[in-house]
Ligand binder design. Structure first.
Ligand code: RUU
Ligand code: CO
Length: 253
């Protein structure tokens, strides 16, 4: 009997060429890349099984949950608020990120109890799927906002093997292109997106959003205007394994 072993990590050589190529592309496209944005959390692999993406390589077109995030700004808006408004500050602020995904690769299904985000395609095309209705998780303090209904999924929208169920509630679909107006994904709407597998270029998307509460090392306390925000994780991934990737990269060497 032959046993199939799946790659469960990435070599440093693969990781750094992925991240350095992506940051060079971002710089060429005019994004303000700074040295401190390049680290072991810049490339995100959403769970141990998703390292298999590196076996066939990032250009294979195969569906895996693997992406780059370069974050140039994450500012909470907390000072000068009227009294009584402070506790709502965690819903505001301003964040600017550039996200880069290779053909077939996905940002996995998730929603944000607080963050509203918007997308502007800088290079390539973007397949977005989302939940047309907001998630009711009992935690809501603000209205969710309306995301216009898209169409049904087109044929051939391949999602990662073993994670199919986590995509099921994201029934609305839209394809975004460079030059489209920003598409707003309001808080509490499930969303995921990918680069089409037949693309000749990686998908590059600029995300402008409210403050991103994320449990990454890069989010040092310097960027957190309120101490208790360090305990907030505003990314609710549908698949339990998807959360792992935010915390550390698994190196094979
Ligand atoms: C995009 O939808 C995003 O929210 C990024 O900003 C990361 O937080 C993960 O997904
Ligand atoms: Co999101």
């Amino acid at each position: 009997m032959t046993s199939v072993t799946q790659q469960r990590g990435v070599t440093r050589k693969e990781y750094w060429s992925w991240v350095r190529d992506a940051s060079a592309l971002a710089t060429a496209l005019g994004y303000p890349v700074q040295a401190e944005m390049i680290n072991e959390g810049t490339g995100i692999v959403f769970g141990e099984d998703q390292y298999a993406a590196f076996e066939a390589g990032l250009w294979s077109g195969d569906p895996f949950e693997v992406m780059i995030i370069l974050e140039s700004l994450n500012e909470g808006a907390v000072s000068g608020l009227p009294s009584g408004a402070e506790s709502f500050a965690e819903y505001g602020g301003l964040c600017d990120k550039l996200m880069i995904l290779h053909p077939g690769k996905w940002c996995p299904p998730h929603y944000h109890p607080r963050k509203t985000e918007s997308y502007e395609v800088v290079l390539g095309e973007m397949d977005v799927i989302y939940g047309p209705q907001p998630v009711d998780d009992g935690s809501q303090r603000l209205a969710a906002g309306h995301v216009p209904a898209g169409t049904a999924w087109p044929a051939g929208l391949e999602v990662p093997a073993g994670r199919e169920e986590s995509y099921e509630k994201l029934t609305s679909y839209v394809r975004l292109k460079k030059g489209d107006p920003k598409f707003v994904m309001h808080r509490r709407h499930l969303h995921a997106f990918r680069c089409p597998p037949d693309s000749s270029v990686p998908l590059v998307v600029r995300e402008i959003s409210t403050y991103s509460h994320e449990p990454t090392e890069a989010q040092s306390d310097i960027h957190r205007p309120l101490a208790h925000w360090s305990g907030i994780n505003d990314n609710a991934f549908v698949h339990p394994a998807a959360d792992d990737g935010r915390l550390a990269t698994r190196f094979l060497d």
